[in-house]
Design a protein around this ligand. Structure first.
Ligand code: GLV
Ligand code: GLV
Length: 327
C-alpha cells in the first residue's frame, strides 16, 4: 500500500496534488492550528511529515510515532527539529536551502536600508500628517553606500547579502563565522574575517544571518549592543532568540545604537510590545523568504525530499544524511 504522509500546514494545492500521486495524504488546507495532541493523533501510522518552522518535532514525538521515517521541513532553518533525537532514531530530516538564498538576501538588505534611512519612520511621519515643510535635519539617517557592512554568520544568505553590499553599494565587508571562507570566496567581495569584538565595534550596519542553536542564543545581548557604534544599525533575518529582545529595546530606547530592523522575534508570532513604542525599529512578520516564486520553490523542494525519502530515491537536501547510509 502507499505510504501515508501528513502535511501539517496549508500549502500550494499543486504541491498537495503532486504528493497525492505518491502518498495517502492527510492535509490541513484550512491551516487549522493543531495542538500537540492533535498532531500526534494525526501522525499515527504516517511515514512522512511535511512540516514548517512552526511545527516542533522532538524526541517524545518521535517516540510516539515510531513509524515516522522522514520530516521534510519547508524552511532552511531547522531549529524546530531535534536533530540529535532524529539521529538516534534513524529518522531523516530535510530542509530547503539554496532556493531561498537570494530572496532572503534581498529582504535582509532591504531591511538594513530601511533601518539606516528611516524608511518606515518616514512613512509613518507622512501618514500622520507631520510633513509640513522642508527642514535640514528631518529624518536624516546614515549612509549605506561606502559604509562597513558586518555580517554575523557567513553562510549562503550571509554571502549573498555581502555580495549586494560589496558589489552594489561599495561597502566594506567584515564578517564573523566559526569557519573562514576560502580565499577565493572572500576575494571577489573583499570580505575580511574578524573576531566578534572587531565585528561589533567596526560595523556600521550589522546583519545577523546565523542559524539558531543553544550556542547562538542571545549572541547579541546587552554587552554586544554596548560594543556597537552609537550610529550603527542591527538587522536580524535569522531567528528570534539570537538577539536578547529586552536588551535591544533598552539599547534602542537609549539610542545606544541608531536603529534596528527585525524580521524575527523571541517567542514569535508573539513579540515584546516594547518594540511598538520605538520609532527607530523596523518590524516585519518573518517574511524574508516570502515571494510567490520562492515559497513555491521551497514547497517543491520539501516535496522532492519527502518523495525521494519514501520511494527509495536520494533526497536532494538532507539535514542528517548519515541516517540514510545504513539503508
Ligand atoms: C525561514 O525562516 C527559514 O528558515 O526558511
Ligand atoms: C543558512 O544555512 C544559509 O543558507 O545561510
Amino acid at each position: 500500500s502507499r505510504p501515508a504522509v501528513l502535511v501539517a500546514r496549508a500549502v500550494f494545492p499543486e504541491v498537495l496534488e503532486r504528493l497525492s500521486t505518491y502518498f495517502d495524504v492527510e492535509a490541513n488546507p484550512d491551516d487549522t492550528p493543531w495542538s500537540r495532541e492533535e498532531l500526534l493523533a494525526r501522525l499515527a501510522g504516517k511515514s512522512g511529515l511535511f512540516a514548517t518552522g512552526s511545527v516542533q518535532v522532538d524526541a517524545a514525538l518521535l517516540d510516539a510515532c515510531p513509524q515516522l521515517r522522514v520530516v521534510a521541513n519547508m524552511a532552511v532553518g531547522y531549529n524546530n527539529l531535534d536533530i540529535a533525537a532524529f539521529n538516534v532514531r534513524g529518522v531523516l530530516a530535510t530542509n530547503t536551502p539554496d532556493v531561498l538564498t537570494e530572496t532572503t538576501a534581498d529582504f535582509g538588505f532591504g531591511l538594513m536600508l530601511a533601518a539606516a534611512r528611516r524608511m518606515s519612520e518616514s512613512e509613518r511621519f507622512l501618514r500622520a500628517g507631520q510633513w509640513k515643510r522642508w527642514r535640514y535635519d528631518t529624518l536624516t539617517g546614515s549612509d549605506v553606500h561606502g559604509a562597513t557592512l558586518g555580517i554575523l554568520g557567513m553562510g549562503r544568505i550571509g554571502q549573498a547579502i555581502a555580495r549586494r553590499g560589496a558589489l552594489g553599494f561599495g561597502m566594506k565587508v567584515i564578517y564573523h563565522n566559526r569557519s573562514r571562507l576560502p580565499a577565493e570566496q572572500e576575494a571577489p567581495i573583499g570580505a575580511r574575517w574578524v573576531d566578534k569584538a572587531t565585528l561589533l565595534s567596526e560595523a556600521d550596519h550589522l546583519v545577523l544571518v546565523l542559524p539558531y542553536s543553544p550556542e547562538s542564543h542571545h549572541a547579541i545581548g546587552a554587552a554586544e549592543l554596548a560594543a556597537m557604534k552609537p550610529t550603527a544599525t542591527l538587522t536580524n533575518v535569522a531567528r528570534g532568540g539570537i538577539v536578547d529582545d529586552r536588551a535591544l529595546i533598552e539599547a534602542l530606547r537609549e539610542r545606544r545604537i541608531a536603529a534596528a530592523a527585525l524580521d524575527v522575534f523571541e517567542g514569535e508570532p508573539a513579540f515584546d510590545p516594547g518594540f511598538l513604542d520605538l520609532p527607530n525599529v523596523v518590524l516585519t512578520p518573518h517574511i524574508a523568504s516570502a515571494t510567490v516564486a520562492t515559497r513555491r520553490a521551497m514547497a517543491d523542494l520539501a516535496a522532492d525530499n519527502l518523495i525521494a525519502a519514501l520511494t527509495g530515491g536520494t533526497p536532494p537536501t538532507p539535514v542528517n544524511p548519515q541516517v540514510l547510509a545504513p539503508r
